[in-house]
Design a binder for this molecule. Structure first.
Ligand code: AMP
Length: 547
């Protein structure tokens, strides 16, 4: 396909504001793109290279302005280009406002003089340009770009300038191209979507859809070295997880940086944005190389750790992640380790459709350490206990996952929930308690909490979580003088002590006197400054419950 045709269609697409019409225009263009199809599918979105490809064009505005000036004629300078840019505000319109083509120079003759540019040729030139490295690479880039602009009509120049500066903005995103591929080649949208998530390559997907249809799309597999979009999590509560999954997988939420590790003949590490970060993390490569001997793709988190192996704050990881220089020196001061929590491919087998439980089993078979601990819980207390342990160990929190779920790349689905911290707290009066069990028999274990209701108190729940052993001892000492009645394990208190309590939500309930129950109540602190009259009221609980 000629580059001029793409430029002409890009103008038409930009002028169209209705989504469906835009998809139809893009579909027509893909259908007629011929050999240029993979390039057209990317260029329309302003993507010079596939998302999984870490090649960078590395061309800045100054170089583009200078090149446009040079291609526009002897009396045009980069300053003129910048003045026009200040006036019109957009590089495409500026590039289209000059007449190119009359210039001679190194680049002008490199590619067949007056011949019409094709999209394939532009793609090739831009790849060559990106590959230029080292001394003189700036000149090579300038000449290559000049060669291209010099052969451009105004509308081609507009497209080229926007493309190289990453400023396409014609209203075509990944979703439009996905829909257009399905429409143009009459293949199911879901197959296109899945193929895109697995490959991150719009060009490849468009070509497969056209040439091999649905079967071709479904046959797109994971490939070592080509990162998959990471599965993402939504904020959610323990209650939601229990209701949706029944049994919930509880995992530590590590406070580090997401990585996808591809191990084959070589080991490569990619960031969440699919950028390659292998060079920056030699320990991760060494760790994996020492343990894996078959093709594998792992998903996990890189964390910074202290000498004892305990987690350090996220900021420490950042001093290592993406680092290009001084990697060995930095390695001495901040150590990083892998915490793998998923396995997408093991020994020649794609595992995206396997259940989380199975994928995690495979992961454990592969690695003897550096694997997340996966616990299964079926009630809120167990989840709370895991969370407490995770927080105490210095981690960020917990993830709640559906043990039966497949790995859905790129989706912020409901199968992975990051536990949302309590949104609000209530000040509640402690009206009763139960003695603990076992080694905690001398301490109160569960506290009955209430809100004010007129002159009295109305119970809203029991708090057993969020309290460390030390705190329990302190609270027992603090509350014992107020014991009013005692029967078996159970005691009641003279209302005196006020707890600040976190919770996930308030539900109607017949369990407690108030008619409401806090879901997932957690001890936050003793409100030393508050007396029982200052505690929250039943009216407030009602209002919060109705929200
Ligand atoms: P957020 O960045 O707050 O959206 O939380 C999701 C991120 O938590 C993921 O992208 C991972 O980088 C990170 N994470 C840490 N531990 C886990 C885990 N066990 N499972 C999944 N993601 C995790």
């Amino acid at each position: 396909m000629e580059f001029a045709r793409l430029a002409d269609r890009a103008d038409a697409i930009e002028a169209e504001s209705a989504d469906l019409e835009t998809v139809a225009l893009v579909a027509d263009l893909l259908a007629e793109a011929g050999e240029g199809l993979p390039v057209v599918a990317r260029f329309l979105q302003g993507q010079v290279f596939p998302a999984h490809d870490s090649t960078k064009l590395d061309v800045g505005p100054a170089l583009v302005h200078e090149t446009i000036a040079r291609a526009a004629g002897h009396n045009v300078t980069a300053d003129d280009v910048e003045d026009r840019l200040a006036d019109v505000g957009e590089i495409g319109a500026v590039a289209a406002s000059y007449e190119f083509g009359g210039q001679t120079g190194l680049g002008a003759f490199t590619r067949g003089g007056d011949d019409a540019l094709t999209v394939g040729e532009v793609d090739e030139e831009l790849r060559a340009l990106a590959a230029a490295e080292g001394t003189g690479s700036e000149d090579t880039k300038r000449d290559a770009l000049f060669g291209l602009f010099n052969r451009c009509s105004p509308s081609e120049a507009k497209l080229l300038a926007r493309l190289v500066l990453g400023e396409m903005r014609i209203g075509v995103g990944g979703g439009t191209v996905r829909d257009a591929v399905a429409e143009a080649f009459d293949v199911p949208l879901e197959s296109v979507e899945r193929a895109l998530q697995v490959s991150n390559d719009y060009g490849l997907v468009a070509v497969r859809a056209r040439d091999d249809g649905e079967a071709g799309l479904n046959a797109i597999d994971l490939q070592l070295g080509r990162p998959v979009q990471a599965m993402l999590a939504q904020a959610g509560t323990a209650t939601e997880a229990l209701e949706a999954f029944g049994e919930v997988v509880v995992e530590t939420k590590y406070d580090g940086a997401r990585v996808q590790v591809h191990h084959g003949d070589e080991t490569r590490v990619f960031s969440r944005n699919m950028e390659e970060v292998t060079e920056a993390l030699p320990e991760i490569v060494e760790f994996v190389d020492a343990r894996l001997d078959a093709p594998t793709i792992l998903d996990g988190e890189v964390v910074a750790v202290d000498d004892a192996g305990d987690p350090l704050p996220f900021q420490e990881v950042l001093t290592r992640f993406r680092r290009k220089h001084d990697v060995e020196r930095m390695r001495e001061s901040v150590a990083v380790e892998l915490r793998a929590f998923d396995c997408l491919h093991a020994d020649g087998e794609d595992l995206l459709d396997a259940s989380l439980s199975e994928r995690h089993d495979r992961l454990r078979d592969l690695l003897d350490e550096g694997v997340s601990t996966l616990a299964v819980a079926d009630d809120a207390d167990a989840i709370a206990a895991h969370e407490e342990r995770a927080l105490e160990a210095g981690h960020e929190g917990i993830m709640l996952k559906n043990p039966e779920s497949a790995y859905t790349p790129g989706r912020r689905g409901k199968n992975w929930l990051k536990r949302k911290p309590d949104v609000e707290t209530l000040d509640c009066v402690v009206v009763g308690a139960e003695w603990g069990e076992g080694r905690r028999a001398e301490l109160f274990g569960t506290f009955r909490i209430a809100v004010t209701d007129g002159d009295g108190y109305a119970t809203v729940g029991k708090v057993a979580t969020g309290v460390t052993d030390d705190q329990l001892a302190e609270l027992t000492e603090r509350l014992e003088p107020y014991v009013r009645t005692s029967s078996g394990q159970d005691v009641t208190f003279v209302p005196e002590v006020v707890f600040e309590v976190g919770y996930e939500e308030i539900q109607s309930s017949t369990t407690y006197g108030s008619g409401y129950a806090l879901r997932f109540p957690r001890f936050v602190a003793v409100r030393e400054d508050a007396s029982p009259e200052d505690a929250d009221s039943l009216n407030r609980v009602r209002r919060l419950a109705d929200r």
